[in-house]
Write a protein of this length. Structure first.
Length: 207
């Protein structure tokens, strides 16, 4: 006995009706995804430039603070920097110097105010932070019998530990200032009790 079902015309009409409502349901979804796609595209167009600033300070128990407040001196740094990206590549040693330093009268004031050490002039894709290490700190304060010499070095395999060892890469808490947010790392000398703080800024820029 043949199976009795709906006429073919009714079945075709039902199929068209179901297809129509499926397409109708996709319309708000498509409009909803359009702004998201634009936002993602805009975010993808942003690259980054890095800037590195330096601040030099003394610990409260530093010899120069206990014996040479108000004395004049100078400092110089050697900083190894590796900042590699497809658009901008840099590897080398930075050697900034700071003459005419005056030892502050109280702890908590820097020997060297925040100073720009290095900055990229090319916007590039985000590939992590530059690798920067303070490898040497030298200088002197005052003259005559009270003169204090500063000669701090990193520890090296196969060599004796320097008397005034310089320990780099001490991670500090992130912060922010008028230039923006930054990551901070400290290099500290063992005997002279000086701190070299590096602030690394990531500045958004259009690619």
């Amino acid at each position: 006995m043949p199976v009795i079902g709906p006429p073919r015309s009714v079945a075709r009409g039902f199929m068209r009706f179901r297809t129509f409502w499926r397409l109708l349901a996709l319309v708000p979804l498509a409009f909803g995804l359009a702004p998201i796609g634009k936002a993602l595209g805009a975010a993808a167009e942003l690259g980054v430039r890095h800037r590195i600033d330096v601040v030099v300070s003394a610990e409260p128990d530093a010899p120069i603070l206990s014996r040479l407040r108000g004395a004049k001196g100078e400092l110089s740094l050697t900083v190894r920097l590796s900042a590699n990206s497809k658009e901008s590549k840099f590897f080398g040693m930075l050697r900034p110097s700071f003459p005419d330093i005056v030892v502050p009268a109280a702890a908590g004031k820097p020997l060297v105010q925040q100073t720009k050490l290095w900055e990229e002039d090319v916007c590039h894709q985000r590939r992590g932070l530059p690798k920067v290490t303070v490898t040497q700190l030298g200088g002197h304060f005052a003259d005559g019998e009270g003169r204090i010499e500063i000669s701090a070095l990193n520890r090296h395999i196969g060599l004796m530990v320097p008397p005034d060892e310089l320990t780099p890469g001490i991670k500090l808490d992130p912060g922010s200032d008028s230039l923006g947010a930054f990551y901070a790392f400290r290099a500290q000398t063992r005997n002279s009790r000086l701190n070299v703080d590096l602030r690394i800024y990531s500045i958004d820029c259009p690619l």
